[in-house]
Design a protein around this ligand. Structure first.
Ligand SMILES: Cc1cc2nc3c(=O)[nH]c(=O)nc-3n(C[C@H](O)[C@H](O)[C@H](O)COP(=O)(O)O)c2cc1C
Length: 370
């Protein structure tokens, strides 16, 4: 099959990143085919929250903010797609330019600020997709956030749970984007417990017999003490899962100064190890009881496998799609299959957290010896 990404890449990289993204969405909507090779390795099929994920590689939030290209992205080979972040009211987001690339280091900085068309438009698009027969295989998660002008976050999140809960395979509460002032304060344990309590109640009220799993997406910029407090708070709630991690405010030294100086969240290769450490910590802190979707800088099967061994049951990508194109989805799955076989696992679930366990055993041994 013609690799359109390879042909388009040089043009796209000369364009403003947001324009290139919008052009990609347009092409996908008009049916320009992306690579469609998909994996069917049963060892990669993940059953979680009563859903079957055909493979463990998902599209991260932010790519399809208005739920316009769920079908084409599932056809690209993703096992699941997370649409959003959607807010109740439409909003423009921050002034442009607001996405910056550093191809040499496969890094992106964005300060989008949740531009989106609002819940009504999102819901129309989603319902159109859901009524398609046949529907492409795959799971659809919805990522929700608050409007910039909202002073009472619970109000926005509750409305979104109420309206989107019945349509979602899972819902992600995004309190970790760095570009909405005050949003990350909701990660403070007291604020978090209060927010989750109210949203879990709203879910029970509005979603009847089939409540969607409620997941929480966290930032990588939490120190170990904060992570410990959050994990302890979460273990007291029936939260269903964690998405680790969002973009970082950190700026590794090796990035070019002009690029580093841009305000916003950094993603891609430079966030990889930071995110993996957070996944490993949370897997340990929650004793593996809260399933994790791991992301941050995954651009190869080995990167993905590292996240799985650190404690992720599923993974997601965004930046790698920009730098490597659609083929990366198939390639990541192919390599995970290979690594599972090499390590003697018959199913991906057996590999989850195996590195975290190793670290724990090592620590115990040392304590015993001294
Ligand atoms: C341009 C851009 C927009 C994003 N928008 C959102 C968003 O709306 N909601 C969200 O939860 N994460 C958003 N993210 C973060 C990604 O979902 C992901 O957590 C992060 O980029 C790390 O993964 P990656 O290194 O594979 O890109 C965005 C990332 C980028 C690059």
């Amino acid at each position: 099959m013609l690799d359109l990404y390879k042909i388009a890449r040089p043009f796209m990289f000369r364009m403003d990143p947001e324009k290139a993204h919008n052009l990609t969405l347009k092409a996908l909507k008009t049916g320009i085919p992306a690579k469609t090779k998909t994996t069917n390795d049963p060892a990669l099929r993940v059953t979680l929250w009563d859903h079957v994920f055909p493979n463990p590689v998902g599209l991260a939030a932010g790519f399809d903010k208005n739920a316009e290209v769920i079908g084409p992205m599932l056809n690209m080979g993703f096992g699941f797609v997370e649409a959003g972040t959607v807010t109740p009211k439409p909003q423009h987001g921050n002034p442009k330019p607001r996405i910056f690339r550093d191809p040499k280091h496969e890094a992106v900085i964005n300060r989008m600020g949740f531009p989106n068309e609002g819940i009504n438009h999102f819901k129309d698009n989603l319902e159109k997709f859901l009524s398609r027969k046949p529907r492409p295989a795959g799971i659809v998660g919805l990522n929700i956030g608050m409007n910039k002008t909202q002073t009472n976050p619970v109000k926005d999140y509750s409305l979104l749970v109420r309206q989107l809960g019945p349509l979602a395979d899972y819902l992600t509460i995004n309190i970790s984007s760095p570009n909405t002032p005050g949003l990350r304060n909701l990660q403070e344990p007291d604020a978090l417990t209060d927010l989750l309590g109210q949203l879990l109640e709203e879910r029970t009220k509005s979603c009847g017999q089939n409540p969607p799993p409620l997941l929480l997406k966290l930032a990588p910029d939490l120190d170990e003490k904060q992570q410990g407090k959050i994990a302890a708070a979460l273990l007291d709630t029936p939260i269903d899962g964690l998405i680790l991690t969002n973009t970082t405010l950190a700026r590794p030294d090796y990035l070019p100064p002009d690029f580093s100086a841009e305000k916003g969240g950094l993603s891609g290769a430079p966030v990889k190890d930071i995110a993996t450490a957070v996944i490993r910590n949370f897997h340990h802190l929650t004793k593996g009881r809260i399933p994790i979707i791991g992301l941050g800088g995954i651009s190869s099967g080995d990167d993905a496998y590292e996240k799985i061994k650190a404690g992720a049951s599923l993974v997601q990508i965004y930046s790698a799609l920009v730098f490597h194109g659609p083929n990366v989805v198939w390639e990541i799955n192919r390599v995970i299959s290979e690594r599972l076989k090499q390590d003697g696992f018959t199913h991906i679930s057996e590999a989850v957290g195996t590195d975290a366990k190793k670290t724990k055993t090592k620590r115990k041994k040392t304590a015993h010896e001294t």
